[in-house]
Design a protein around this ligand. Structure first.
Ligand SMILES: NC(=O)c1ccc[n+]([C@@H]2O[C@H](COP(=O)([O-])OP(=O)(O)OC[C@H]3O[C@@H](n4cnc5c(N)ncnc54)[C@H](OP(=O)(O)O)[C@@H]3O)[C@@H](O)[C@H]2O)c1
Length: 278
């Protein structure tokens, strides 16, 4: 399988991102180099990490030894809540870049708004400066809800390229998604498989479509995200599942199959409310 099969999504700043990538939340730092090497061999070219995952260095080693030209890769990392501010952003970014062994990252995200600290506007202004320096191509946010996005739009000059939010059939965040669409902010869906915490892959709406297309339930859910236009990066420690999750461009869900999965919404988040993560 080769990367050209993965569509690219155009961002509001002129750059584009492979719609399907590989996430490394909860990938053991000691195993990250080997696991990301597997992902790159399978064909993934978009990797989503974060300072707080503790595995940026493993991602960096896998990239370095892959021999894949830098411009073919799309690397995202995220600023942790403790590092919000101005100088602390620059210091945290330098440290992430060094651990990754890169000259620039493609996308840098504020991991959570952390509203109790009330520093996300200041942090975003520091992100704007990082982007001007050329060491970050695109800047975005994560776990921002409409009030947080409204404040950024009112008080700063840059509309985030993306908002990375928890999004799977049980928790689709329609208000945030609609606001994002209205403002040309692309949605990245984290926890696309519900982190395995819900029986998503056993529901008839999913398993019936899987049987009809001779694919797996996970492929149906990832395909649902793709057809909804989400940027998505499922995580797996297992090579056979990485390959399975990457192989979602050879079938198409019907409008009825899409609607049945969309109707599964029940507000079932797997994480804390973003206002409570500080
Ligand atoms: N911005 C944020 O706050 C935030 C929060 C969470 C996640 N994220 C990002 O989003 C990425 C994806 O989300 P996630 O890792 O939380 O959850 P996820 O991708 O929804 O689910 C991962 C779980 O699903 C299992 N799985 C993967 N492929 C499968 C398949 N084909 N069949 C059955 N089970 C499968 C994995 O188990 P095995 O590993 O055993 O296969 C793992 O337990 C993360 O890695 C991270 O990059 C961001």
């Amino acid at each position: 399988m080769t990367q050209p099969l993965v569509p690219r999504i155009q961002l509001n700043d002129g750059f584009s991102i492979p719609q399907l990538g590989f996430g490394v939340f909860k990938v053991d730092p000691a195993k990250t180099e080997a696991i990301v090497t597997d992902a790159l061999e399978i064909g993934y070219r978009h990797i989503d990490t974060a300072r707080v995952y503790g595995n940026e260095a493993g991602v960096g080693r896998a990239i370095a030894q892959s021999g894949i030209p830098r411009e073919q890769l799309f690397i995202t990392t995220k600023l942790w809540n403790d590092d919000q501010g101005t100088q602390s952003v620059f210091d945290a970014f330098d440290a992430s870049l060094e651990r990754l062994g890169l000259d620039y990252v493609d996308l840098y995200l504020i991991h959570w708004p952390s509203p109790a600290n009330d520093r996300y506007v200041e942090t975003w202004k520091a992100f704007e400066r990082l982007r001007e320096s050329g060491r970050v191509r695109s800047i975005g946010v994560s776990n921002f809800l409409v009030p947080h996005l409204e404040r950024l739009l009112a008080e700063t000059d840059t509309v985030p390229a993306v908002d990375q939010i928890e999004l799977h059939p049980y928790h689709q965040q329609p208000e945030t998604a609609a606001f994002a669409e209205e403002h040309a902010i692309k949605i990245e869906a984290w926890g696309p498989l519900g982190q395995g915490k819900y029986p998503l892959l056993e529901l008839p709406e999913v398993t019936d479509a899987a049987a009809a297309h001779e694919v797996t339930p996970a492929q149906v859910v990832i395909r649902w995200h793709v057809q909804r236009g989400h940027i998505v990066f499922p995580k797996s420690n297992r090579r056979e599942r990485m390959a399975e999750n990457f192989d979602v461009f050879g079938f198409e869900l019907s409008p009825e199959e899409m609607d049945a999965i969309t109707a599964l919404e029940r507000g079932g988040r797997v994480s804390s409310h973003p206002d409570e993560v500080n």
